[in-house]
Design a protein around this ligand. Structure first.
Ligand SMILES: [Zn+2]
Length: 179
């Protein structure tokens, strides 16, 4: 299941050690694994996604930006820069996004997806880092129930989507905890 477009979340700040670990890996998802990119963003990772890009450009961008390439395309991983280890890549075995996430966590050695005390740090839509906002700054964009019940907000500086903690976010945490 794709995290819903209006996925509420919140930003309370990861512990500094977690920030270092989370920024140590950046990813570039091939067009066939876009949903995986969204879930990596839920975990706070920089996960870029290209819905339409030719293989040479995809490889060039991953190399230039130091990103781990994520793909379902076995032919792509036969390219020399990937086969010889210059460009790290994960060839995903499953079509199911939770299996894919589990495989990436294992192969890259990512921190296990414990979300204790944390919230979303990246926009699920555009991979931009979220910024904390006072309620007064975003009140005009909130549904009445959210405005009445929520106190912590963050916002994407690019698409202006507002995030807050709520039932959607709790469901995502539960799915990640079950991995
Ligand atoms: Zn955004």
């Amino acid at each position: 299941m794709i995290p819903p477009r209006e996925s509420p979340s919140f930003r309370t700040g990861w512990k500094s050690k977690s920030i270092a670990m989370r920024t140590a890996h950046a990813f570039l998802a091939d067009c066939n694994v876009g949903r995986l990119a969204r879930w990596l963003r839920v975990l706070g990772y920089d996960a870029a996604y290209e819905s339409r890009i030719a293989d040479p450009e995809l490889v060039a961008r991953a190399l230039a930006e130091g990103r781990v390439l994520l793909t379902r395309d076995a032919d792509l991983t036969q390219r020399r820069v990937i086969a010889n280890g210059t460009l790290p890549a994960v060839l995903l075995r499953s079509d199911h996004v939770e299996d894919q996430l589990r495989q990436v966590i294992q192969e890259i050695g990512l921190e296990s997806p414990s979300l204790e005390g944390g919230g979303l740090t990246r926009c699920l839509e555009c991979n931009q880092e979220l910024e904390p906002r006072d309620k007064a700054q975003v009140a005009h964009r909130l549904p009445p129930y959210v405005r009445a019940t929520q106190e912590r907000f963050s916002q994407c500086p690019r698409c202006e989507r507002v995030y807050w903690p709520g039932t959607h976010w709790q469901r995502m945490r539960a799915r990640l905890a079950a991995l």
